[in-house]
Design a protein around this ligand. Structure first.
Ligand SMILES: *Cc1c(COP(=O)(O)O)cnc(C)c1O
Length: 338
């Protein structure tokens, strides 16, 4: 029985085809801008998102940080969701390394910071205040596609107050496939977008920051300072190119499997799905405390790896097949009889 790991879409292993693309990639020293494969990945990413330039980074955390450091100065402020990755899950990097003050605001629903609260948080030009410089959104957020009309309303505020606009698009392609919009359409209003190659796209390592030529030049300086200047990085970039060319359309399969899992779980009493479950590749379900040990040990017996705790985020990805979904449904049914 194959191990089925539902903890995250970061756990995927590179396929044989991806590994062979990596081995064949022409390489050079990317700090000297001499790695043709890194250049190809950057040009292709910029093209896909309809922007002029891009920069390969070792992680999404670094790619988001590069954007914040490049847009903002010491003493500037960015507006961000209270549970957004760029605020909550990146070690406070913007504040620690950039002296950039975050202004977190609670999401009203996944990915949505109420427009009136954004407006209230924007500081007037007054020596008491940090200078509000940027708004950061996330798409998908908790597996939900952020509606494009909300993105455009937020963009209008950026225009009105002369703010920069960043997207943490770790799962931008899930949003694109689920909403039938091109990645470029979703990216259009933003000054910078960070995409992850190592989530559902299945590459082992890497993210790309996409934006204007000037922004990317600035980001390249910060990347070097942060230790993200990688040498023969084409080896990894090749996996990214393979992922972007072969693994985008298939995200729809992950979304379908999430839907199947969600529907099967919705028929089981005593467990409760979150309202935002299964919008793309994530199913969110709460299970009762009492049965947790039994549930987790049965999962283990079936070679299923789950997140800890009673509030479960189950993530579907390229290494989760129909059999894995069926096994997980059986574990749920065996623990919480219908
Ligand atoms: C995974 C993720 C990132 C980046 O994470 P890394 O592990 O640093 O690559 C950023 N934003 C979101 C929403 C993510 O899920």
């Amino acid at each position: 029985m194959k191990v089925a790991d539902f903890r995250s879409d970061t756990v995927t292993l590179p396929s044989e085809e991806m590994k062979s693309a990596m081995l064949k990639a022409p390489l050079g020293d990317d700090v000297y801008e001499e790695d043709p494969t890194v250049k190809e990945l950057e040009e292709y990413s910029a093209h896909l998102l309809g922007k002029s330039a891009a920069l390969f980074a070792p992680s999404g955390t670094q790619s988001n940080l590069l954007a914040l450091l490049s847009h903002c100065q010491r003493g500037d402020e960015y507006i961000v969701g209270q549970h957004a990755h760029t605020y909550k899950y990146e070690g406070g990097g913007a504040a620690v390394l950039g002296s950039i003050q975050p202004q977190p605001i609670a999401f009203e629903s996944p990915g949505i910071i109420p427009i009136d609260l954004i407006k209230q948080a924007i500081k007037p030009n007054d020596i008491h205040f940090a200078k509000t410089k940027l708004i950061s959104l996330e798409n998908t957020c908790f597996g939900c596609v952020v509606p494009q009309d909300y993105i455009h309303s937020t963009k209008s505020i950026c225009d009105e107050y002369k703010l920069k606009f960043h997207l943490d698009g770790a799962r931008l392609f899930n949003a694109s496939v689920a909403s039938n919009q091109s990645a470029a359409t979703i990216a259009e209003p933003f000054d910078s977008i960070s995409i992850c190659l190592s989530k559902g796209l299945g590459a082992p390592v890497g993210s790309v920051l996409v934006g204007s030529f000037e922004l990317i030049q600035e980001a390249k300086r910060w990347r070097k300072m942060l230790g993200g200047g990688m040498r023969q990085a084409g080896l990894l970039a090749a996996a990214g190119i393979y992922a972007l060319k072969n693994n985008v359309e298939r995200l729809a399969e992950d979304h379908q499997r999430a839907q199947i899992l969600h529907e099967a779980l919705s028929e089981i009493k005593g467990i409760s799905l979150k309202p935002y479950s299964a919008q793309t590749n994530m199913v969110f379900i709460d299970v009762p405390e009492e049965s947790l040990n039994q549930f987790h040990s049965l999962a283990k017996d079936n070679n299923i790896v789950l997140p800890n705790g009673k509030e479960l985020r189950l993530v579907i990805h390229l290494d989760i097949d129909d059999d894995a979904i069926n096994r997980l449904i059986s574990v749920f049914k065996a623990t919480y009889s219908e």
